[in-house]
Design a binder for this molecule. Structure first.
Ligand SMILES: Nc1nc2c(ncn2[C@@H]2O[C@H](COP(=O)(O)OP(=O)(O)OP(=O)(O)O)[C@@H](O)[C@H]2O)c(=O)[nH]1
Ligand SMILES: [Mg+2]
Length: 393
């Protein structure tokens, strides 16, 4: 599906850097990425099959860029975990897989790449497959398939490999088409976090994206955290006006009463109000050279809500690449470590478990204008089991 001028550009850039045609450059646009042969930033590419449309978000593997990887992964519905079959499982494989499970991404396709470099050997594939599946199972991720490929030569990508007749599973493309669509949260009670207020022609329009449920004109709504109630007067979906909007839509609303809505307010149904809480447990991955200490106060953003959170307790400190618990009741977290925390926020927040409503189940920590952690709200399934030790077979 690549347009010819794109292929030309890749050939030219590869030649200039003295390499064979490097399809990796399709996703690595930055000069620095091409020169060093690594991905730094995330890139999106679009394509479609007969079944559906896809957006691929390419994410970097290198440990220095975990933050970018998380940015990419947090927008995804499914993940493709690529393992070099020559190298087998490495630290970056386990760390990335763990982050996927941390983000609740449970649809994962594993591909074992560079089969050409091991002579398309079935036993090498089986050995690495065994490791990968064992590891993923230990963190409660079940790969939908595990596919031997050569990205360079196109084996088992869109068509079956002539050099791996022993492989009977799906090609990569076939396996993409078996992924399930994430169910729409429209059937849940309304959650509409307000992102901004536009003042237009004497009107105040509150804009944002509906994260759960639906909203219609004249519907009664409650504003959180204030608790005031009003009714929806109009729903604007520029440039037109609509009667009803559902989860996933970005809209603007005006209300019947002269209340002052603000960024960070959440509109819900008066009879289906989410709990407001200021104390909860969460799991985070800490991504800053400076440490996070117990009792620290740190900026927190969840959906459009912003507050300051105090770290009441670090109940576990976990190595993100081995999943080993380094320490219980720790007093600090270091770069790239995972922590289970008890947090207390300055103002009451609408918080949901990640499995319930994604946008209200994840958050970031901000210090000195820099995002330094990503986290999710511990759900019922997020228990001791998930942090069991992993031992390579
Ligand atoms: N022999 C062989 N080389 C491959 C294959 N797939 C990729 N490569 C080479 O491996 C190198 C790295 O490829 P990339 O696509 O940049 O790898 P990546 O996983 O995106 O790397 P990061 O994004 O930096 O983590 C490039 O030189 C590719 O040409 C393959 O199937 N066979
Ligand atoms: Mg890359």
């Amino acid at each position: 599906m690549l347009p010819p001028d794109k292929i030309e550009e890749i050939k030219k850039s590869s030649a200039e850097l003295g390499r064979e045609t490097e399809f990796a450059y399709l996703l690595d646009h930055l000069e620095e990425e091409r020169r060093q042969g690594i991905t730094i930033d995330t890139t999106q590419v679009f394509f479609k099959t007969e079944r559906r449309e896809y957006v691929i978000i390419d994410a970097p593997g290198h440990v220095e860029f975990v933050k970018n990887m998380i940015t990419g992964a947090s927008q995804a519905e499914a993940a493709v975990l690529i393992v070099d079959v020559v190298e087998g499982i490495r630290q970056q494989t386990t760390r990335h897989a763990y982050i996927l499970s941390l983000l609740g991404l449970d649809q994962v396709i594993a591909v074992l790449n560079k089969m050409d470099r091991v002579g398309y050997d079935q036993s090498r594939f089986n050995a690495v497959k065994y490791d990968v599946e064992n590891f993923l199972t230990s963190i409660h991720v079940t790969p939908t398939s595990c596919i031997p490929i050569s990205a360079l030569r196109g084996d088992n990508i869109t068509s079956r490999s002539a050099d791996m007749k022993w492989y009977e599973g799906p090609t990569f493309l076939e396996s993409l088409d078996t992924l399930k669509n994430t169910p729409s949260p429209a059937i849940k009670p309304l959650l509409f976090p307000i992102q901004d207020i536009y003042e237009m022609e004497e009107q105040r329009i509150a804009v944002g994206r509906i994260e759960a449920g639906e909203l219609h004109v004249r519907q009664a709504v409650k504003v959180l955290p204030s608790g005031e109630t009003t009714r929806i007067q109009t729903i604007e979906k520029f440039p037109s006006r609509i009667e009803k909007a559902i989860a996933g839509e970005s809209i603007g609303v005006t209300i019947e009463d002269p209340l002052f809505l603000n960024r960070g307010d959440v509109l819900c149904r008066p009879n289906a109000q989410p709990a407001l809480t200021d104390t909860f447990e969460a799991t985070i991955i800490w991504l800053s050279k400076s440490e996070l200490n117990e009792s620290d106060r740190i900026g927190m953003r969840c959906a459009t809500q912003e507050t300051t959170a105090k770290v009441q307790k670090i109940s576990e400190r976990i190595d993100s690449s081995t999943l080993d618990i380094i320490e219980k009741d720790a007093d600090k977290l270091k770069n790239l470590e995972v922590g289970r925390l008890l947090l207390e926020t300055k103002k009451p927040m609408v918080i949901k478990s990640f499995n319930d409503v994604r946008e209200f189940g994840r958050f970031v920590f901000v210090r000195d204008n820099d995002i330094c952690a990503g986290g999710i709200i511990a759900s019922e399934e997020w228990d001791e089991e998930r942090t069991t030790h992993y031992h390579r077979p």
